[in-house]
Design a protein around this ligand. Structure first.
Ligand code: ADE
Length: 250
């Protein structure tokens, strides 16, 4: 899968493509990461990429002709690529979207705006999708593009180590992931749940399902409206409820 980022700060993204899991994936050629400096498409002596907004007001707007030239240059080599504009006005990014991109797209192009925004005429005709990573405003789209690339790339087969499974991630299946423990068995007076050292794989699997549904109930109950509780999960929660009632002597 190829990720191309159109930005005024390519060095910011280039570093990201050389480090950690993403860097390894690039080395192994499981993904390719490229940056395009939008400023290279400016045609005046000062390499101007922005201008004052029509109608007045403060802040600068990125010029449509420069952005259009940058996008066209990328499209020339990858005509079927999907062009994504990073903007707080876009549709919210989530794990489902990350899975969809990892399975369905081959070339993703991210347009990172700076200043007050980009000329509106770029949204229509040059951009396939507008995406936001949350209801807050950052100074540019670069961090948002890296968030998306990171979460999509790790779903590509081979990017995570053999043992790490993206299928078990939090939010995959609209549930939070179960709790994790490692050595020592006892830490500051707290033991690891006995079942995890029992060697009984079925019991461990059941414990993990139970941990996952209880955590989702406590931390993100809204996820139950995305995916309804199944019979097994209802059983887990009602048993838990009975245990709590017993504990408080009801
Ligand atoms: N650019 C600035 N803020 C953003 C956000 N929340 N999501 C995506 N791109 C952005």
């Amino acid at each position: 899968m190829n990720f191309t980022v159109l930005t005024l700060f390519p060095e910011f993204i280039d570093f990201f493509f050389t480090r950690g899991v993403i860097g390894k994936a690039v080395e192994k050629r499981l993904i390719a990461g490229k940056t395009v400096n939008i400023r290279d498409f400016a045609h005046d002596r000062h390499k101007t990429v922005d201008d004052r907004p029509y109608g007045g007001g403060c802040g600068m707007v990125m010029k449509p002709d420069i952005l259009a030239a940058a996008i066209r240059s990328v499209k020339k080599t990858a005509p079927d690529s999907k062009v994504i504009l990073m903007t707080p006005q876009g549709s919210p990014f989530d794990q489902k979207k990350a899975w969809d991109f990892s399975r369905e797209e081959k070339d993703l192009v991210f347009v990172c705006g700076r200043y007050e925004g980009i000329d509106e005429r770029i949204r229509n005709g040059f951009v396939d999708e507008e995406i936001s990573i949350g209801d807050y405003v950052m100074t540019g789209g670069e961090l948002a593009a890296m968030v998306i690339i990171d979460s999509v790339a790790r779903l590509i087969p081979g990017v995570l180590g053999g043992c790490e499974s993206a299928e078990m991630d939090s939010f995959t299946g609209d549930r939070l992931e179960h709790a994790h423990y490692t050595r020592p068995f006892e830490f500051e007076g707290k033991d690891v749940p006995e079942v995890l050292i029992s060697g009984d794989h079925e019991k461990i699997r059941q414990w993990r399902t139970s941990s996952s549904v209880k955590r989702t109930f406590i931390k993100r109950p809204d996820l139950f409206s995305k995916k309804k509780l199944d019979l097994k999960e209802k059983e887990i929660l009602s048993k838990w409820c009975q245990q709590i009632e017993q504990l408080i002597g009801k």
